[in-house]
Design a protein. Sequence first.
Length: 398
Amino acid sequence: MDKQKAKDKKLKLKARLLAGIVGLLTAYCLLPTAASWLPTANSLLPTASRLLPPDSWREAEAGYRYEFPRDHASHEDYAIEWWYYTGNLQAKDGRRFGYQLTFFRVGLARQPVNPSRWAVRNLYMTHLAISDIEQKQFHSFDRINRAGIGWAGATTDEYRVWNEDWSARLDGREHVLSASDGDYKVDLRLAPAKPEVIHGENGISQKGESAGNASHYYSLTRLETSGQLTVGGETFNVTGLSWMDHEFGTSFLEEEEMGWDWFSIQLDDGREVMLFEIRRRDGQIDPRSSGTLIDSDGRATHIGFGEFALASSDVWRSPSSNAAYPTGWTIDLPRYQLKLTTRAAFADQELRTTESTGVTYWEGSINVDGTADGRPVTGRGYLEMTGYAGQNMGAILH
């Protein structure tokens, strides 16, 4: 057993070099969003590309037909997958919080040569963060595990994903989240107020020029949330709204794509907006950047490149990573007569995932205001920014 633990420790250290797995996100979002970080790991671990022919992992292809609740569960034919939860919550006394809980699965060998139960087929990384908006304090935690003997995993016949005692699962239609680290904990139930929203076109969200650089990507954009948050040992009964992204595929970004900026916005008029832009090495925005506008009745409209404009402001420089993040943005959707301004609830919401992927990125709560059809509108949401610190995401997820 001691030898096995030593091997596991060594494996975790190697896995951190895969630094890419996350950007994760944060669709967000995007499987540019999220997996953007998935590593090309050929030189670091016995990955699928070294053990099996290139076509062993299934690629995201047009025409995919989603079925729910089936597609909430794991898709082990694909090399990269994540389940991404973010939300803005409020205690009874009005104190505000944001949270993120994300589970990543990265396939290393679709069919390991070694039949042992200790053989590494997948690695599971998980990120937990709580934004204490009133105190302007950000608390984040992360972990990495192989499946082992139930240490981590994701089932394929029903929705349940876990990493030790951190988990997300379905109970009827509700999503149940639980994760804790010391004096910090999330214990939440999320009830969908709208059906699943499929992003992209013809069943895929294209992230790069090559056909395979895409993901299957859907969201639950308005999840009525209740439960408890524990922050610094103090427990709060909270309510609010959450957002869930689920993406799966095998390859996402082109090598020249540096990272992305991803928005999930819940407006007080009952609509939601998801947008992402992929930044290229030459300073241009990739034309695969896109989004979705969701009406109050749940109908989704694809927003193509050229139908929206993003302009950044309010740059904050991290004292830890020295990355410069634009924490203020203007979003213009002229076709839909929607213009929004977003600002970080507070600046320092940078995750430094030293215990798992090694990726540094910004993901945090934002406040939203603007006009819709000439009338004032407000809202809240989450913003994810990757590729501002460390290796560019295209090199990792290519």
